[in-house]
Write a protein that binds this ligand. Structure first.
Ligand code: GLC
Length: 436
């Protein structure tokens, strides 16, 4: 009797606690994520064999389903080195990584008991690819994120199969069977001790039909403390804008921009539209300035090697993030653009403004509306002190003077230069924008 009672308590107490999580408790749970700023997304799957669109290529009928599935035979992971992946990710400055454990095509990268359609049983890779990666990340101190597609176009009980060709429309027995399958697979992921779950493909059905609330409650029990992205019909923790860099600071406190490194999620050698390291770094600075994260995607080859071009971008990111770490990790969104015409960030105690400088300024930088006294200005990662002047300060006006900062060419970074402005006390902005 006593045993049964303690088991019941063990199940019910965390459920009750998480069910009533306060806003403060949530922000605490989200802390590592909000301080991380950079994550690496990895789309790895059988679609890398031909180098075609992940899953969508058969759904949209660019090639027949059977042809798509023949890629199983070429997915060998023969040079897969999870320790090297984890090292490279750490070197890039990313604090977390998210691996596709199962995309919409239904091919699981781990040894799922729920379906034969996994790389262990159906491909020459013949082993679980998720576990060693999760372990390697943990060794490097990088947080583990697992991507999981709710929808599964290969599963015989999933209603949708190809565009305009459904298996069935209404059959609660089949649908409930599918939900149980999904639930069991998500439960299996708990074995990899993820810090973050990244759902995708919730758009096919409503929260009620997906039973998203119930799924979230189960996740809270199976993986206490885990962070969940938004694609679970409103039961997630943070917003996930995709590819379009936000123009305005998103309304949500917690968000992450997921973005391809070229124009594809997975490995596609025909896609040459790579963003340069400079463009990626500027986008990262933009995300930091708006208080969000960048989740930059890479697509390894079927043998598990990461294409050189992608490695190059990650390494250059690594050089930049290492040099400028104080302006990146743990900072919060910067000051509004009316005060500085560019991205900026604030230190934790808000007395340092980090100004991101794109390219080579052809005159002094301008900071406006800062009521504080400026104590010191220096170049982050370089240390050089900079000179500044306060102009336009009329003694009879409340408007603070304009701060002009000289930035000599000799201190410029090859990509984005960061200037630290130390204020006397937490930043105090003049005018209406300060209320925002
Ligand atoms: C989209 C696509 C998918 C991709 C994902 C990444 O939802 O369906 O192919 O994996 O975005 O964010």
């Amino acid at each position: 009797m006593k045993n049964i009672l303690s088991v019941l308590l063990l199940i019910i107490v965390p459920f009750l606690l998480l069910g009533q999580e306060t806003a403060e408790a949530k922000q605490k749970r989200m802390q590592w994520f909000n301080e991380a700023k950079l994550g690496i997304f990895i789309h790895w799957g059988i679609y890398s064999v031909r180098g075609i669109d992940e899953s969508w290529s058969f759904y949209n009928r660019y090639l027949p389903y059977d042809e798509y599935m023949k890629q199983l035979n070429g997915f060998n992971a023969s040079k897969y080195d999870p320790a090297a992946w984890a090292k490279l990710i750490k070197e890039s400055g990313a604090k977390y990584a998210v691996l596709t454990t199962k995309h919409h095509d239904g091919v699981a990268l781990w040894d799922t008991k729920e379906s034969e359609l996994n790389v262990v049983k159906k491909t020459p890779a013949a082993r679980d690819l998720v576990k060693p990666f999760a372990e390697a990340l943990k060794k490097e101190g990088v947080k583990t994120g697992l991507y999981f597609s709710m929808l599964d176009w290969s599963h015989p009980d999933y209603p949708k199969f190809l565009n305009n060709q459904d298996r069935y429309s209404d059959d609660s027995v089949r649908w409930n069977r599918f939900l149980k399958f999904r639930e069991n697979q998500v439960h299996e992921l708990a074995a990899f001790k993820p810090d973050l779950l990244w759902f995708d493909g919730d758009w096919d059905y409503s929260a009620e039909k997906w039973k998203s609330k119930e799924l979230r409650e189960n996740i809270n029990i199976w993986m206490p403390g885990v962070i969940v992205n938004s694609r679970i019909n409103g039961y997630g923790d943070y917003a996930t804008p995709e590819n379009g860099v936000p123009i305005y600071k998103p309304a949500e406190n917690n968000w992450e921009l997921c973005m391809t490194i070229n124009d594809s999620w997975g490995y596609q050698p025909t896609d040459k539209e790579y963003k340069s390291p400079n463009q990626v770094i500027r986008i990262l600075a933009d995300c930091i300035g708006m208080g969000g994260n960048l989740l930059l995607d890479i697509g390894p080859k079927p043998d598990g090697t990461i294409p050189d071009k992608q490695v190059k971008v990650l390494k250059e990111l690594g050089r930049w993030t290492k040099k400028h770490k104080e302006a990146i990790y743990g900072t919060t969104a910067g000051i509004p653009k009316e005060y500085y015409y560019g991205a900026s960030a604030l230190s934790k105690n808000r007395d340092i403004i980090y100004l991101f400088v794109d390219g080579k300024p052809n005159g002094p930088l301008l900071l406006k509306g800062i009521k504080n006294q400026v104590n010191r200005i220096w170049v982050v990662g370089n240390g050089a002190k900079l000179n500044w002047q306060v102009l336009m300060k009329a003694y009879w006006s409340e408007v603070p003077g304009q701060i002009y900062i000289d930035v000599p060419d000799s201190v410029l970074d090859e990509q984005v230069t960061v200037i630290a402005v130390l204020l006397k006390g937490p930043v105090d902005l003049f005018g209406s924008a300060e209320k925002k």
